[in-house]
Design a protein around this ligand. Structure first.
Ligand code: PAF
Length: 288
């Protein structure tokens, strides 16, 4: 039976026995609107901690939304979310209010994410990653997990959190879980529900483009990008923001990567008002 805490004090009480026993604590931070992608993160957390508690936080963090972004529009579906947690055998849900997380209003001290936050998603969402890392650092402080699991769909977020845990010696093992997809390849996302039927039909173009790039990567980076662009050009109503290939830590690739170089291709595009992102691994210059 999943137990729910909405205050820091209640969370601490729930976690106390596990801490006393030295049990490993697994953590899945979320903003709710849980779908099968989140459920897969809970399963990865469970696999890491065995009998130790798995904690899921559900908190729509205002600090990571910019002016004009979809904070009010962000789906809030607590009852359905609790059902997902129950089904997945989650031990504790932490679902605090904004005041509980930020009792004095916006925090004075926040996490500075560094240059990785200025590119890709960060280029169009100033302040987003600082707000995201700040709440993750606070949640790490409250839950004190041994392992925390994040979806690779938000690859830049995952890379930054892993970097934060390492650079600030937070002692949390940050684990990435593979992107979950609809049968037609569309990456699962809380935002998919905002797509009209026409946009939903076009949305799998993003994953098709990334697959095409994976295949063409045997001929190099330019060929991979061109193969993805060919797919994207065929779609209607896709407003491309970026399509890039980087190294797995999101740093630029060398000018002439050696055959077999591991890389990441990332795409972001708007369909109407809904912004979708996706990414996949690829290997440059070697058959997959
Ligand atoms: O990916 C999310 O749902 C959020 O960015 C996170 C990591 C829970 C922080 O608010």
């Amino acid at each position: 039976m999943t137990e729910i805490a909405s205050t820091r004090a209640d969370l601490a009480k729930l976690l106390d026995p596990a801490r006393r026993d030295g049990a490993a604590i697994g953590f899945v931070p979320t903003m709710g609107a849980l779908h099968d992608g989140h459920a897969s993160l809970m399963r990865v957390a469970r696999a890491h901690v065995a009998d130790g508690p798995v904690v899921v936080s559900i908190f729509v963090n205002p600090l990571q939304f910019g002016a004009g972004e979809d904070l009010d529009r962000y789906p809030r579906t607590l009852e359905a979310d609790l059902d997902v947690c129950e089904r997945e055998g989650v031990d504790f849900v932490f679902a605090p209010s904004v005041d509980e997380v930020y009792p004095g209003g916006d925090p004075q001290v926040t996490v500075a994410p560094g240059p990785l936050a200025d590119v890709l998603e960060g280029a169009t969402r100033p302040g987003h990653f600082a707000g995201m890392l700040t709440v993750v650092a606070k949640l790490f402080g409250l839950v004190k997990p041994d392992v925390a699991v994040f979806g690779e769909k938000d690859y830049q977020q995952f890379a930054l959190i892993r970097r934060m845990s390492a650079d600030l010696c937070l002692g949390v093992d940050v684990v990435g879980a593979p992107t979950q997809r609809e049968p037609d390849g569309l990456a699962l996302s809380s935002r998919n529900r905002f797509l009209s039927p026409e946009q939903r039909a076009e949305a799998p173009t993003l994953s098709r483009a990334l697959h095409a790039a994976q295949l063409a990567a045997t001929s190099g980076v330019e060929a991979a990008l061109e193969a993805a662009h060919v797919e994207l050009r065929q779609a209607y109503g896709i407003d491309l923001d970026y399509l890039v290939i980087t190294d797995p830590a999101l740093a630029p690739l060398p000018e002439a990567p050696a055959p077999g170089t591991e890389a990441r291709i990332l795409v972001a595009a708007k369909l109407g008002n809904t912004r979708l992102i996706d990414n996949m691994s690829l290997t440059i210059g070697a058959p997959r």
